[in-house]
Design a protein around this ligand. Structure first.
Ligand code: HMG
Ligand code: MG
Length: 300
């Protein structure tokens, strides 16, 4: 007998993970319209943008405008890799900040220009300072299953990195299959372990869908008690420093699956598709999610 939660929280990452890898700059107004429409679709938690180096990720260079011009409904995250990013995010008025570090040194070296240990040490005072200011802090744990450079990751290393962040006072761990290579059994086992170890923080799963395993992985994670999932409208997404990975699992496909399982999300699939209509002309990748295809064929 499957044990399923009655409710699941969808954290929409399309405006951040979905757009960060787009080569052609998407206009700020188009991003804002996308965000607004996603909120109208029932999305309460969203990653809006990142305060990262514009030299490294030019697509996120309008982070300040995005934060200051977004109506603050629900929990709206911005990413910050370091003290400077956190400072800029706070100055812009962000109330929920996501730091991000991978488990593997090689990925961190490519993504944030430092190995894991250095990144964690540097973030400790930043996180403590944010907690003193009552900021909601999520820690995104990349390469929790596989690293594009080092291969399979040991779950003890994931547990240890999570423990570092929990001891600094983070509110949430978002644990990622950055390259989309995990299988359902690996997801079940890792999330059972993390649920067991970290009962006092929110635990979220973040799946890229490179091998079309993400829905199966979400079902397995539900079994392990996970009830928060990062998803991206249209399946957009990908980290510029994780070669070979494609987008995140599509919000509309996840919500549809949960709807059919009788699990509430508060998100309207058709309205998510309407939000995708706004951003689709501005992105290079075709949208090929199952539910968006049905919507375009008038079958929703
Ligand atoms: P660095 O070059 O080592 O930085 O980059 P630095 O500290 O040596 O500073 C160099 C320059 O950058 C200085 O400016 C700093 O002021 C500036 P200069 O003096 O040369 O004029 N700088 C900044 N500017 C704006 N915002 C900042 C910032 N920090 C320094 N925050 C750094 C290190 C971390 C900045 C860089 O590597 C970087 O920005 N990396 C971001 C990479 C990124 O955004 N990756 C995608 C997000 S993670 C992801 O997608 C994974 C996730 O989805 C989960 C999953 O799927 O796994 C979350
Ligand atoms: Mg990601």
């Amino acid at each position: 007998m499957f044990i399923l939660p009655k409710k699941v929280t969808i954290i929409e990452v399309g405006p951040r993970d979905g757009l960060q890898n787009e080569k052609r700059q998407v206009d700020t107004d188009d991003k804002l319209a996308f965000i607004d429409r996603l909120q109208q679709a029932g999305i309460d938690e969203m990653e809006l943008t990142s305060f990262v180096s514009p030299k490294w990720v030019p697509q996120m260079s309008d982070a300040k405008e995005i934060v200051t011009q977004t109506t603050k409904v629900g929990r709206q995250f911005v990413l910050a890799p370091n003290e400077k990013g956190a400072q800029l995010a706070l100055e812009a008025g962000a109330k929920s900040i996501a730091v991000f570090v991978g488990v593997s040194d090689s990925f961190n070296q490519k993504n944030i220009n430092r190995p894991t240990k250095d990144a964690v040490l540097a973030l400790e005072p930043v996180i403590k300072n944010m907690k003193l200011q009552n900021i909601f802090v999520r820690a995104c744990i990349s390469t929790a299953f596989y690293c594009p450079y080092e291969g399979k990751i040991n779950s003890k290393d994931v547990q240890s990195l999570c423990a570092d962040f929990v001891s600094m006072g983070v509110d949430e761990l978002s644990v990622a299959d950055t390259v989309g290579r995990a299988n359902p059994l690996e997801c079940y086992e890792l999330f059972m372990l993390l649920k067991d170890t970290f009962s006092d923080v929110l635990l979220t799963a973040h799946f890229h869908d490179t091998r079309k395993m993400a829905l199966a992985n979400i079902f397995a994670s539900l079994q392990a008690g996970i009830d928060r999932f990062d998803t991206s409208a249209g399946g957009l997404g990908g980290c510029p420093f994780a070669p070979g990975a494609t987008g995140n699992v599509a919000t509309e496909d996840v919500v549809h699956m949960l709807d059919t399982l009788g699990i509430q999300t508060g998100v309207d699939v058709k309205k998510v598709c309407e939000a995708i209509d706004l951003i689709a002309p501005h992105v290079s990748r075709p949208i090929d999610s199952g539910m968006y295809r049905l919507y375009k064929n008038g079958q929703l």
